[in-house]
Write a protein that binds this ligand. Structure first.
Ligand code: GDP
Length: 471
């Protein structure tokens, strides 16, 4: 890449490096000082550029206000297993006035968009659950604008309901509570509303600000009201994007299709994605050969908040990867290669994060909150730990418990922690194999303790160490 930029031959650079005593290959990543030396040696001027010149994901160019237009909200549905997430997604899909019109059959592409009678649209991610949500967030993809938390009226708040609430809060995304199964005689919505107070969720009828709605996914009641509330929330959020620019989007899901090759569902964030566009997506690149919407229809273009399956990729990207349209194929390859080299460098140098390095990152960003996830063997100790941790702070920093609970450390705990760059504290409990694997991959610190005093002491010391002598 350096050779390209200097319009020199790669082989000449390699030769030069050999002479300096650095036996390298043409694809090897060299450090900045060596690169500078080499550039001078070849008689070129050094122009230090930031990663953002090649790494499109760090581009945070803001679209001018006058280019922005309203875009549909992107909604994720979460809640406890069997509380009706899938049924609700199906029922909401049925409210689409456009379904059937074009004779299309609904396709599972990871997201769908409904068109309302008014012509307004809403996009639903149809992989329900908070793991997928936080996985995406851990990859830097905050695609969800609004979360609908489903609670079965006959069952009330359950562990995954609490997890869903905490994941949503950690993401800072507004929630709407849908009390489902209202057709069931045993449903008691008032009990749900009261129980929510315990978790700092105050719904409107209890004097709070969180919107709520009673529904039955089975009997399809309350759906219009739920849609109204989603639209109201969307209005408050003033969701807008510039449709007139090179498209950027996020991978919702991706797979290798037997007949069609690598396909990825892209949710367009801004700009308009068109057939023929050249793009980079994660470490892959490509050219849009065809696009298929959630009804299986071929489309020529996709506007902001619209999910489409894209064909024409060089390989299968990961969910959460960013897609950026670029000017030509050479540029696409350059960016994809750069990303690959960064990923390789990271893989060889990154060790699992320690509590200290987590604090270091925190200090650098001057965040006033230190997020943690706490798991313990019994309710009493979890409460005691959360109580003591909350008291630890001072004016500069305080602990924020994202989630706490009884039981071993699970996948869900790790994805939540990863998304907020928080360590997980295990008191007399350990992480299961799957959780350990994800923690390792995402660099989440797992800290085990069996004495509360040690736990508090260690965190206090780490905080003091980072904040310096004024603490
Ligand atoms: P999920 O695990 O949250 O996706 O839940 P499902 O949508 O699979 O629903 C679990 C079960 O609850 C299924 O047997 C559904 O038929 C049933 N169910 C979902 N919504 C309702 C509802 O509004 N009323 C009643 N009576 N049953 C429902």
């Amino acid at each position: 890449e350096l050779a390209n930029r200097m319009a020199e031959r790669g082989a000449d650079l390699v030769k030069s490096l050999f002479k300096m005593g650095m036996p390298v290959t043409v694809n090897q990543v060299i450090d900045q000082d060596t690169a500078e030396l080499l550039v001078t040696e070849f008689g070129h001027n050094i122009n230090r550029v930031s990663d953002s010149d090649v790494d499109l994901t760090t581009h945070d160019d803001v679209d001018a206000d006058e280019t922005l237009q309203a875009r549909p909200p992107v909604v994720t549905i979460m809640g406890h297993v069997d509380h009706g997430k899938t049924s609700l997604l199906d029922a909401l899909r049925g409210t689409d006035v456009a379904t059937g019109e074009a004779g299309g059959i609904t396709q599972h592409i990871g997201a769908y968009q409904v068109t309302l009678k008014s012509g307004d649209k809403i996009t639903f991610l149809d992989t329900p659950g908070h793991e997928a949500f936080s996985e995406m967030r851990a990859r830097g993809a905050n695609v969800t604008d609004i979360v609908v938390i489903v609670v079965a009226g006959d069952d009330g708040l359950r562990p995954q309901t609490i997890e869903a609430i905490n994941h949503t809060k950690a993401a800072g995304v507004p929630m709407i509570i849908a009390i489902n199964k209202m057709d069931k005689p045993g449903s008691n919505p008032q009990r749900v509303r009261e129980a929510l107070l315990q978790y700092d969720v105050q719904v409107e009828s209890m004097g709070g600000e969180v919107q709520e709605v009673e529904v039955s996914a089975l009997k399809r009641t309350g759906l219009e009201e739920l849609i109204d509330k989603i639209q109201l929330q969307a209005e408050i959020l003033e969701l807008r994007a510039n449709p007139e620019r090179a498209a950027e989007g996020t991978v919702i899901e991706a797979k290798l299709d037997k007949g069609r090759g690598p396909v990825a569902t892209i949710l367009v964030r801004r700009g308009t994605l068109r057939v023929g566009d050249v793009f980079v997506v994660g470490m892959e690149s490509g050219k849009v050969r065809a696009m298929v919407d959630d009804r299986g229809q071929q489309v020529k273009e996709a506007l902001p908040s619209m999910p489409v399956e894209v064909l024409g990729l060089t390989g299968v990207p990961h969910a959460g990867d960013q897609l950026s349209v670029v000017e030509n194929e050479a540029r696409a390859r350059e960016v994809a290669e750069y990303r690959q080299s960064v990923a390789t460098a990271k893989r060889t140098t990154s060790a699992p994060a320690s509590l200290e390095s987590m604090f270091a990152g925190l200090n650098a960003s001057k965040a006033a909150e230190y997020p943690v996830v706490v798991k313990g063997d019994v309710q009493g100790s979890v409460e005691a730990i959360v109580g003591s941790l909350t008291k630890l702070g001072n004016d500069d920093i305080r602990v924020r418990v994202l989630h706490s609970g009884v039981g071993g450390i699970t996948e869900s705990d790790v994805t939540l922690a990863a998304a907020s760059r928080a360590p997980i504290i295990g008191f007399n409990v350990r992480a299961n194999a799957k959780a350990r694997e994800i923690a390792q991959r995402d660099g989440v610190a797992l800290k085990y303790y069996d004495v509360i005093y040690d736990l508090i002491d260690e965190i206090r010391a780490a905080m003091a160490g980072q904040l310096g002598p004024e603490y």
